[in-house]
Design a protein around this ligand. Sequence first.
Ligand code: NAD
Ligand code: GLY
Length: 356
Amino acid sequence: MLELKVDLNERSYPIYIGAGVLADTPKLITHIGKCRPVIITNETIAPLYLPSLLEQLNGLSPLSFVIPDGEQYKSLTWFEKISAFLLEHNCGRDTCLVALGGGVVGDLTGFVAACYQRGVPFIQIPTTLLSQVDSSVGGKTAVNHALGKNMIGAFYQPKAVFIDTDTLNTLPAREFAAGMAEVIKYALIYDADFLEQLNELHPKLSQLDTSSLQYVIHKCCAIKAEIVAQDETEAGLRALLNLGHTFGHAIEAQMGYGNWLHGEAVAAGMVLAVKLAARRGDLTQQQVEQITKVIEKYDLPTLPPSQMNAEQFLSHMRKDKKNKQGRIRFILPTQLGRCALVDDVSDENVIELIGR
Ligand code: NAD
Ligand code: GLY
Protein backbone atom coordinates (compact mmCIF):
# COMPACT_ATOMS: atom_id res chain seq x y z
CA MET A 1 0.00 0.00 0.00
CA LEU A 2 1.24 3.52 -0.79
CA GLU A 3 0.46 6.55 1.30
CA LEU A 4 0.48 10.25 0.47
CA LYS A 5 -0.43 13.39 2.36
CA VAL A 6 -2.36 16.42 1.18
CA ASP A 7 -0.62 19.13 3.16
CA LEU A 8 -3.15 21.75 4.23
CA ASN A 9 -2.09 22.45 7.82
CA GLU A 10 -4.91 21.54 10.19
CA ARG A 11 -6.94 20.22 7.26
CA SER A 12 -4.20 17.85 6.04
CA TYR A 13 -5.25 14.30 5.23
CA PRO A 14 -3.82 11.01 3.99
CA ILE A 15 -4.50 9.20 0.72
CA TYR A 16 -4.09 5.41 0.89
CA ILE A 17 -3.56 3.64 -2.44
CA GLY A 18 -3.40 -0.08 -3.13
CA ALA A 19 -5.14 -3.33 -3.85
CA GLY A 20 -7.45 -4.22 -0.97
CA VAL A 21 -7.08 -0.99 1.08
CA LEU A 22 -10.84 -0.98 1.51
CA ALA A 23 -10.53 -4.12 3.62
CA ASP A 24 -8.25 -2.33 6.09
CA THR A 25 -10.95 -2.00 8.74
CA PRO A 26 -8.74 -0.65 11.56
CA LYS A 27 -7.49 2.19 9.36
CA LEU A 28 -11.00 3.07 8.26
CA ILE A 29 -12.23 3.05 11.84
CA THR A 30 -9.31 5.23 12.95
CA HIS A 31 -10.42 7.94 10.51
CA ILE A 32 -14.10 7.64 11.42
CA GLY A 33 -13.09 8.10 15.05
CA LYS A 34 -15.97 8.39 17.48
CA CYS A 35 -18.45 9.31 14.75
CA ARG A 36 -21.34 7.29 13.37
CA PRO A 37 -20.63 6.43 9.72
CA VAL A 38 -23.27 7.08 7.07
CA ILE A 39 -22.30 5.58 3.74
CA ILE A 40 -23.61 7.30 0.62
CA THR A 41 -23.41 5.27 -2.57
CA ASN A 42 -25.43 4.52 -5.70
CA GLU A 43 -27.54 1.61 -6.92
CA THR A 44 -24.77 0.26 -9.22
CA ILE A 45 -22.01 0.32 -6.61
CA ALA A 46 -24.14 -0.75 -3.63
CA PRO A 47 -24.50 -4.43 -4.60
CA LEU A 48 -20.76 -4.65 -5.30
CA TYR A 49 -19.18 -2.99 -2.29
CA LEU A 50 -21.76 -1.84 0.29
CA PRO A 51 -22.48 -5.12 2.14
CA SER A 52 -18.83 -5.77 3.00
CA LEU A 53 -18.29 -2.16 4.08
CA LEU A 54 -21.37 -2.27 6.33
CA GLU A 55 -20.11 -5.55 7.78
CA GLN A 56 -16.66 -4.05 8.47
CA LEU A 57 -18.19 -1.05 10.25
CA ASN A 58 -20.81 -3.13 12.04
CA GLY A 59 -19.59 -2.12 15.49
CA LEU A 60 -20.21 1.56 14.72
CA SER A 61 -23.93 1.14 13.84
CA PRO A 62 -23.47 2.38 10.27
CA LEU A 63 -26.30 3.74 8.15
CA SER A 64 -26.41 3.79 4.37
CA PHE A 65 -28.25 5.79 1.74
CA VAL A 66 -28.38 4.69 -1.91
CA ILE A 67 -29.01 7.19 -4.69
CA PRO A 68 -29.88 6.34 -8.31
CA ASP A 69 -26.98 6.15 -10.78
CA GLY A 70 -26.38 9.21 -12.95
CA GLU A 71 -25.01 12.73 -13.22
CA GLN A 72 -28.56 14.13 -12.96
CA TYR A 73 -28.72 13.02 -9.32
CA LYS A 74 -25.83 15.31 -8.40
CA SER A 75 -28.54 17.84 -7.66
CA LEU A 76 -30.07 20.00 -4.97
CA THR A 77 -32.99 17.54 -4.91
CA TRP A 78 -30.72 14.69 -3.80
CA PHE A 79 -28.75 17.01 -1.51
CA GLU A 80 -32.09 17.64 0.21
CA LYS A 81 -33.05 13.93 0.27
CA ILE A 82 -29.76 12.96 1.93
CA SER A 83 -30.08 15.83 4.43
CA ALA A 84 -33.62 14.69 5.28
CA PHE A 85 -32.39 11.12 5.78
CA LEU A 86 -29.72 12.35 8.18
CA LEU A 87 -32.23 14.44 10.13
CA GLU A 88 -34.77 11.61 10.26
CA HIS A 89 -32.08 9.38 11.76
CA ASN A 90 -31.11 12.02 14.32
CA CYS A 91 -27.61 12.32 12.92
CA GLY A 92 -25.71 14.97 14.81
CA ARG A 93 -22.37 16.60 14.23
CA ASP A 94 -20.74 13.35 15.35
CA THR A 95 -21.63 11.86 11.96
CA CYS A 96 -19.01 10.90 9.38
CA LEU A 97 -20.24 10.67 5.80
CA VAL A 98 -18.51 8.05 3.67
CA ALA A 99 -18.67 8.58 -0.11
CA LEU A 100 -18.49 5.17 -1.79
CA GLY A 101 -18.50 5.67 -5.55
CA GLY A 102 -17.34 7.76 -8.47
CA GLY A 103 -17.18 11.52 -8.85
CA VAL A 104 -20.95 11.95 -8.74
CA VAL A 105 -21.31 10.30 -5.32
CA GLY A 106 -18.10 11.97 -4.08
CA ASP A 107 -19.04 15.51 -5.14
CA LEU A 108 -22.60 15.22 -3.78
CA THR A 109 -21.60 13.59 -0.49
CA GLY A 110 -18.82 16.12 0.02
CA PHE A 111 -21.23 18.99 -0.48
CA VAL A 112 -23.74 17.53 1.99
CA ALA A 113 -20.85 17.05 4.45
CA ALA A 114 -19.80 20.69 3.97
CA CYS A 115 -23.32 21.95 4.76
CA TYR A 116 -24.98 19.47 7.13
CA GLN A 117 -25.16 21.14 10.54
CA ARG A 118 -22.49 23.54 9.22
CA GLY A 119 -20.07 20.76 8.43
CA VAL A 120 -19.46 17.14 9.39
CA PRO A 121 -16.39 15.04 8.55
CA PHE A 122 -16.35 12.89 5.43
CA ILE A 123 -14.22 10.18 3.89
CA GLN A 124 -13.76 9.49 0.18
CA ILE A 125 -13.73 5.93 -1.15
CA PRO A 126 -13.48 6.57 -4.90
CA THR A 127 -14.34 3.62 -7.16
CA THR A 128 -13.76 5.00 -10.68
CA LEU A 129 -10.34 5.76 -12.13
CA LEU A 130 -11.42 9.38 -12.67
CA SER A 131 -12.41 9.81 -9.03
CA GLN A 132 -9.26 8.01 -7.82
CA VAL A 133 -6.90 10.32 -9.70
CA ASP A 134 -8.88 13.53 -9.55
CA SER A 135 -12.23 14.22 -7.92
CA SER A 136 -11.70 12.53 -4.53
CA VAL A 137 -8.60 14.63 -3.84
CA GLY A 138 -8.60 18.38 -3.33
CA GLY A 139 -11.95 19.15 -1.75
CA LYS A 140 -13.99 20.45 -4.67
CA THR A 141 -17.57 19.49 -3.81
CA ALA A 142 -20.67 20.50 -5.73
CA VAL A 143 -24.07 19.81 -7.19
CA ASN A 144 -25.29 20.80 -10.63
CA HIS A 145 -27.94 23.43 -11.41
CA ALA A 146 -30.21 23.42 -14.44
CA LEU A 147 -28.26 26.45 -15.63
CA GLY A 148 -24.79 24.97 -15.18
CA LYS A 149 -22.66 22.05 -14.03
CA ASN A 150 -21.00 22.23 -10.57
CA MET A 151 -22.47 25.71 -10.06
CA ILE A 152 -23.38 25.24 -6.39
CA GLY A 153 -20.64 23.90 -4.17
CA ALA A 154 -17.88 24.43 -1.67
CA PHE A 155 -14.22 23.73 -1.11
CA TYR A 156 -14.39 21.17 1.69
CA GLN A 157 -11.64 18.65 2.30
CA PRO A 158 -12.20 15.01 3.27
CA LYS A 159 -10.58 13.49 6.38
CA ALA A 160 -9.02 10.67 4.35
CA VAL A 161 -9.11 9.08 0.89
CA PHE A 162 -9.08 5.28 0.49
CA ILE A 163 -8.21 4.25 -3.08
CA ASP A 164 -8.67 0.53 -3.60
CA THR A 165 -7.38 -0.38 -7.08
CA ASP A 166 -9.34 -3.65 -6.90
CA THR A 167 -12.59 -1.71 -7.35
CA LEU A 168 -11.48 -0.97 -10.92
CA ASN A 169 -12.02 -4.65 -11.78
CA THR A 170 -15.76 -4.04 -12.00
CA LEU A 171 -15.55 -0.66 -13.76
CA PRO A 172 -16.80 -0.64 -17.39
CA ALA A 173 -13.94 -0.24 -19.92
CA ARG A 174 -15.36 3.01 -21.28
CA GLU A 175 -15.30 4.54 -17.78
CA PHE A 176 -11.72 3.35 -17.30
CA ALA A 177 -10.70 5.04 -20.56
CA ALA A 178 -12.43 8.25 -19.44
CA GLY A 179 -10.31 8.20 -16.28
CA MET A 180 -7.17 7.77 -18.39
CA ALA A 181 -7.87 11.17 -19.97
CA GLU A 182 -7.34 12.80 -16.57
CA VAL A 183 -4.21 10.68 -16.05
CA ILE A 184 -2.75 11.87 -19.37
CA LYS A 185 -3.68 15.43 -18.35
CA TYR A 186 -1.26 15.24 -15.39
CA ALA A 187 1.58 14.24 -17.73
CA LEU A 188 0.86 17.20 -20.00
CA ILE A 189 0.72 19.78 -17.22
CA TYR A 190 3.46 18.48 -14.95
CA ASP A 191 5.67 15.67 -16.16
CA ALA A 192 6.77 14.99 -19.76
CA ASP A 193 8.52 11.73 -18.73
CA PHE A 194 5.23 10.45 -17.34
CA LEU A 195 3.72 10.74 -20.85
CA GLU A 196 6.34 8.34 -22.20
CA GLN A 197 5.75 6.01 -19.23
CA LEU A 198 2.03 5.97 -19.99
CA ASN A 199 2.83 5.06 -23.58
CA GLU A 200 4.96 2.12 -22.38
CA LEU A 201 2.58 1.06 -19.59
CA HIS A 202 -0.38 0.71 -21.96
CA PRO A 203 -0.40 -3.12 -22.16
CA LYS A 204 -0.16 -3.49 -18.37
CA LEU A 205 -2.69 -0.78 -17.56
CA SER A 206 -5.20 -2.23 -20.00
CA GLN A 207 -4.85 -5.54 -18.15
CA LEU A 208 -5.45 -3.67 -14.86
CA ASP A 209 -2.06 -4.75 -13.58
CA THR A 210 -2.12 -3.86 -9.89
CA SER A 211 1.36 -2.43 -9.48
CA SER A 212 1.07 -0.32 -12.65
CA LEU A 213 -2.29 1.04 -11.49
CA GLN A 214 -0.88 1.77 -8.06
CA TYR A 215 2.12 3.58 -9.59
CA VAL A 216 0.00 5.68 -11.95
CA ILE A 217 -2.67 6.60 -9.39
CA HIS A 218 0.00 7.50 -6.84
CA LYS A 219 1.78 9.70 -9.39
CA CYS A 220 -1.44 11.56 -10.28
CA CYS A 221 -2.48 12.02 -6.65
CA ALA A 222 1.03 13.26 -5.76
CA ILE A 223 0.84 15.90 -8.50
CA LYS A 224 -2.67 16.90 -7.46
CA ALA A 225 -1.73 17.01 -3.76
CA GLU A 226 1.22 19.29 -4.56
CA ILE A 227 -0.95 21.66 -6.60
CA VAL A 228 -3.80 21.73 -4.05
CA ALA A 229 -1.38 22.35 -1.18
CA GLN A 230 -0.15 25.45 -3.00
CA ASP A 231 -3.49 26.72 -4.27
CA GLU A 232 -6.47 25.14 -2.51
CA THR A 233 -9.14 27.50 -3.85
CA GLU A 234 -7.86 27.92 -7.42
CA ALA A 235 -6.47 31.43 -7.23
CA GLY A 236 -3.94 30.49 -9.92
CA LEU A 237 -1.88 27.29 -10.17
CA ARG A 238 -4.83 24.90 -9.62
CA ALA A 239 -6.48 26.20 -12.81
CA LEU A 240 -3.85 24.21 -14.74
CA LEU A 241 -5.81 21.07 -13.82
CA ASN A 242 -8.38 22.34 -16.31
CA LEU A 243 -6.25 21.52 -19.36
CA GLY A 244 -8.62 20.39 -22.10
CA HIS A 245 -11.65 21.25 -19.98
CA THR A 246 -12.57 24.56 -21.68
CA PHE A 247 -13.11 22.78 -25.01
CA GLY A 248 -14.25 19.63 -23.19
CA HIS A 249 -17.04 21.28 -21.20
CA ALA A 250 -18.29 22.84 -24.44
CA ILE A 251 -18.44 19.37 -26.04
CA GLU A 252 -20.28 17.89 -23.03
CA ALA A 253 -22.81 20.71 -22.98
CA GLN A 254 -23.37 20.72 -26.75
CA MET A 255 -23.73 16.94 -27.04
CA GLY A 256 -25.97 16.63 -23.95
CA TYR A 257 -24.50 15.47 -20.64
CA GLY A 258 -23.77 11.74 -20.56
CA ASN A 259 -23.55 11.29 -24.33
CA TRP A 260 -19.87 12.11 -24.26
CA LEU A 261 -18.33 11.10 -20.92
CA HIS A 262 -16.44 13.90 -19.17
CA GLY A 263 -13.09 12.17 -19.78
CA GLU A 264 -13.87 11.63 -23.47
CA ALA A 265 -14.68 15.31 -23.92
CA VAL A 266 -11.52 16.27 -22.00
CA ALA A 267 -9.45 13.98 -24.26
CA ALA A 268 -10.72 15.65 -27.44
CA GLY A 269 -10.38 19.02 -25.67
CA MET A 270 -6.74 18.32 -24.78
CA VAL A 271 -5.93 17.52 -28.41
CA LEU A 272 -7.50 20.86 -29.42
CA ALA A 273 -5.48 22.67 -26.73
CA VAL A 274 -2.31 20.91 -27.91
CA LYS A 275 -2.99 21.84 -31.54
CA LEU A 276 -3.66 25.43 -30.51
CA ALA A 277 -0.35 25.48 -28.63
CA ALA A 278 1.41 24.20 -31.78
CA ARG A 279 -0.18 27.03 -33.81
CA ARG A 280 1.24 29.47 -31.24
CA GLY A 281 4.69 27.93 -31.74
CA ASP A 282 4.89 26.32 -28.29
CA LEU A 283 4.81 22.65 -29.38
CA THR A 284 6.19 20.97 -32.48
CA GLN A 285 4.09 18.93 -34.90
CA GLN A 286 5.99 15.86 -33.72
CA GLN A 287 4.95 16.54 -30.11
CA VAL A 288 1.33 16.99 -31.20
CA GLU A 289 1.51 13.55 -32.83
CA GLN A 290 3.23 12.00 -29.80
CA ILE A 291 0.47 13.26 -27.45
CA THR A 292 -2.35 12.35 -29.83
CA LYS A 293 -0.95 8.82 -30.18
CA VAL A 294 -1.04 8.22 -26.41
CA ILE A 295 -4.61 9.55 -26.14
CA GLU A 296 -5.68 7.32 -29.05
CA LYS A 297 -3.94 4.30 -27.51
CA TYR A 298 -6.20 4.52 -24.48
CA ASP A 299 -9.34 4.37 -26.65
CA LEU A 300 -10.15 8.03 -26.28
CA PRO A 301 -11.42 10.41 -28.97
CA THR A 302 -8.87 12.75 -30.49
CA LEU A 303 -11.31 14.78 -32.58
CA PRO A 304 -14.30 16.84 -31.45
CA PRO A 305 -17.79 15.83 -32.61
CA SER A 306 -17.93 16.30 -36.39
CA GLN A 307 -21.21 18.19 -36.21
CA MET A 308 -19.88 20.81 -33.77
CA ASN A 309 -18.72 24.13 -35.25
CA ALA A 310 -16.56 26.95 -33.86
CA GLU A 311 -19.54 29.17 -33.03
CA GLN A 312 -21.03 26.40 -30.89
CA PHE A 313 -17.70 26.00 -29.08
CA LEU A 314 -17.45 29.75 -28.54
CA SER A 315 -20.99 30.16 -27.25
CA HIS A 316 -20.42 27.50 -24.54
CA MET A 317 -16.89 28.69 -23.73
CA ARG A 318 -18.13 32.27 -23.16
CA LYS A 319 -19.83 30.88 -20.00
CA ASP A 320 -16.71 29.14 -18.65
CA LYS A 321 -16.02 29.63 -14.91
CA LYS A 322 -12.40 30.64 -15.64
CA ASN A 323 -13.39 33.64 -17.80
CA LYS A 324 -12.45 37.12 -16.58
CA GLN A 325 -13.58 40.49 -17.98
CA GLY A 326 -15.46 38.67 -20.73
CA ARG A 327 -12.33 36.94 -22.05
CA ILE A 328 -12.21 33.19 -22.54
CA ARG A 329 -9.17 31.82 -20.71
CA PHE A 330 -7.51 28.58 -21.82
CA ILE A 331 -4.94 26.30 -20.26
CA LEU A 332 -2.41 25.63 -23.03
CA PRO A 333 0.88 23.72 -23.14
CA THR A 334 3.91 26.00 -23.24
CA GLN A 335 6.20 23.01 -23.75
CA LEU A 336 5.85 19.24 -23.27
CA GLY A 337 4.96 18.71 -19.58
CA ARG A 338 4.24 22.38 -18.81
CA CYS A 339 1.10 24.50 -19.22
CA ALA A 340 -0.02 28.07 -18.58
CA LEU A 341 -3.24 30.03 -18.37
CA VAL A 342 -3.62 32.30 -21.41
CA ASP A 343 -6.25 34.90 -22.24
CA ASP A 344 -5.09 36.08 -25.64
CA VAL A 345 -6.79 33.48 -27.85
CA SER A 346 -9.08 35.32 -30.26
CA ASP A 347 -12.37 34.05 -31.67
CA GLU A 348 -10.59 33.91 -35.06
CA ASN A 349 -7.96 31.57 -33.57
CA VAL A 350 -10.75 29.24 -32.43
CA ILE A 351 -12.50 29.42 -35.80
CA GLU A 352 -9.25 28.53 -37.61
CA LEU A 353 -8.56 25.69 -35.17
CA ILE A 354 -12.01 24.09 -35.48
CA GLY A 355 -12.06 24.77 -39.21
CA ARG A 356 -15.86 24.98 -39.63
P1 NAD B 1 -19.65 8.56 -12.03
O1 NAD B 1 -19.55 8.86 -10.62
O2 NAD B 1 -20.93 8.84 -12.73
O3 NAD B 1 -19.26 7.02 -12.29
C1 NAD B 1 -19.28 6.52 -13.60
C2 NAD B 1 -20.10 5.23 -13.69
O4 NAD B 1 -19.36 4.16 -13.14
C3 NAD B 1 -21.42 5.27 -12.94
O5 NAD B 1 -22.39 4.57 -13.67
C4 NAD B 1 -21.08 4.51 -11.65
O6 NAD B 1 -22.23 3.94 -11.04
C5 NAD B 1 -20.15 3.47 -12.17
N1 NAD B 1 -19.19 2.93 -11.20
C6 NAD B 1 -18.46 3.63 -10.32
N2 NAD B 1 -17.57 2.83 -9.73
C7 NAD B 1 -17.76 1.59 -10.23
C8 NAD B 1 -17.15 0.33 -10.03
N3 NAD B 1 -16.09 0.22 -9.22
N4 NAD B 1 -17.62 -0.72 -10.69
C9 NAD B 1 -18.65 -0.59 -11.56
N5 NAD B 1 -19.25 0.57 -11.83
C10 NAD B 1 -18.81 1.65 -11.17
O7 NAD B 1 -18.52 9.32 -12.89
P2 NAD B 1 -17.02 9.74 -12.59
O8 NAD B 1 -16.38 9.79 -13.92
O9 NAD B 1 -16.41 8.96 -11.50
O10 NAD B 1 -17.18 11.23 -12.03
C11 NAD B 1 -17.75 12.25 -12.81
C12 NAD B 1 -18.17 13.35 -11.88
O11 NAD B 1 -17.01 13.83 -11.20
C13 NAD B 1 -18.78 14.54 -12.58
O12 NAD B 1 -19.91 14.96 -11.86
C14 NAD B 1 -17.70 15.61 -12.51
O13 NAD B 1 -18.22 16.91 -12.48
C15 NAD B 1 -17.03 15.25 -11.22
N6 NAD B 1 -15.64 15.69 -11.10
C16 NAD B 1 -15.29 16.32 -9.96
C17 NAD B 1 -13.99 16.73 -9.77
C18 NAD B 1 -13.60 17.36 -8.47
O14 NAD B 1 -12.48 17.86 -8.36
N7 NAD B 1 -14.46 17.35 -7.47
C19 NAD B 1 -13.02 16.48 -10.75
C20 NAD B 1 -13.40 15.81 -11.90
C21 NAD B 1 -14.72 15.41 -12.06
N1 GLY C 1 -10.50 18.66 -11.15
C1 GLY C 1 -9.91 19.94 -11.07
C2 GLY C 1 -9.59 20.35 -9.69
O1 GLY C 1 -9.74 19.63 -8.74
O2 GLY C 1 -9.16 21.46 -9.50
